[in-house]
Write a protein that binds this ligand. Sequence first.
Ligand SMILES: [Zn+2]
Ligand SMILES: [Zn+2]
Length: 401
Amino acid sequence: MAIGSGCVEHRLNHLARSTQPTPQSVIIELETKNFVLQPKFLISQLNRKSFSILIQNLGEHLIFEKSIFYKACCRDFPTALLNAKHRYSQIYHSFILAQFGQACTKTVRDSIQTLIREFQSASHQKSKKRMTIATQEKLQYNWKHVISLAGLHIGALFAFLPSNFNWTAVGLTVFMHWITGGLGITLGWHRLLTHRSFQTPKFVEYFLAFCGALACQGGIIDWVGLHRLHHTHSDQNAIDPHNAQNGFWWSHLGWMLYKGPAHAEIARCTKDISSDPFYQFLQNYFLPIQIVFGVLLYFAAGWPFVVWVIFVRLILVYHCTWFVNSATHKFGYRTYETKDSSTNCWWVAVLTYGEGWHNNHHAFQYSARHGMKWWEIDFTWMTIQVLEALGLASKVKLPAK
Ligand SMILES: [Zn+2]
Ligand SMILES: [Zn+2]
């Protein structure tokens, strides 16, 4: 006798209602790839292997059919398993319904206990996930970032006015893109300070850190801390500030528009730089430094230079840096099977002086060299080699051969 799934649902729901939703009284529902435990209010993913072991141990008592959903109801455990087969044998072809009882062998009972433990841990995970979702729902806007990023983008649009065009200003913009994005952020803030891939004399370190501050990407201590957190929690949770699992736009710029939980973790992972007075100065005064730079440009060269060298350059360097968080967790190829979604992407490497070999970087975070193959051009690695040749870089770290 064929019984439709609607009827099965009804019967299972009736069973679920008729018992207390204790771990022993759950409806186990398997749909396509996922096992789902559902005592009415709970849906959690289960370990397929342990469920398979349970099913194997139940042996002849259960019959499975592919392509439809399978269900098993563990009710009033322990009661008669064998009876269940008898009672529901006519509907085995469309679903499984069984009551596990005292007739269970020890192996079956162990399997069920394992399943119940997983059920409990899955419930725990689920409630944690719910908490995360609840936290995300309550995310508050970081208005300082929303307004400043909007303002800078609008300012950059003034470059389209023909009266603001000036070739010298464009050339200086490209040059300052390299100084602030290449020497500052990539070489200084990322490879030197965040990952300590090499060492330099203090004056070189401070010079590179200052160049990075001119990119106006927030305080240096915050930047280093957030990036370290990205590596420790890559794609796992909200402590990875730009968790790429939340989508391209979130990892590109969306994350900056909200106050995230990662900020509370920064102090814990920046102890090596947070007590340095120069870094404290850059942390607190990166914005006044930028304003002074803009005022100097205005008086020395005029408004078009402010539009290009401040607004356009900042926006360009921003998006180049952000592509490392977004595009190189989405586009390109993977050389190493890292636990995150990082990729190697040639055009990001071009825009960021070598940072686009991001999968290599996630695999060997301490390495001063990110481009590992001869054709993975890494301009910053070349710069480090030049510094080394000049005696300005030492203890350069590379992956073990
Ligand atoms: Zn990454
Ligand atoms: Zn990194």
